[in-house]
Design a protein around this ligand. Sequence first.
Ligand code: ZN
Length: 138
Amino acid sequence: MKSYRKVFIFHTNTRRAFINITQQVEACLKESGIKEGLLLCNSMHITSSVFINDDETGLHKDFETFLEKLAPEKPYDQYYHNGYEDNADAHLKRTIMGREVVVAITNGRLDFGPWEQIFYGEFDGKRDKRVLVKIIGE
Ligand code: ZN
């Protein structure tokens, strides 16, 4: 069995952002040489997500509205966690959007359904954050 590992660093200029990372993940798969197996991609931070959905700007605005309704950033003092920090909303948003994705690898390709794309979701940005790609297979 072959194994491959890579870590990407993202640094957004805004507190929140969605970044399509599909091409970077596909480049990892190509570099790995693995043709059949599984690919894991996860955020290594507890205030950001990796998730799969449609690359459509209207939908991304809908995600922002949906997440702000469930866990609004402000007022900061509405959260117990914000005694020393201001990012309780980011922890909650990350929990909703998930930590990681697993994608099947078939014939050397990510075995996606129609419209599936991989995104990095940042909820407490303006600093370096890491994303792990791990691939196992043959
Ligand atoms: Zn925190």
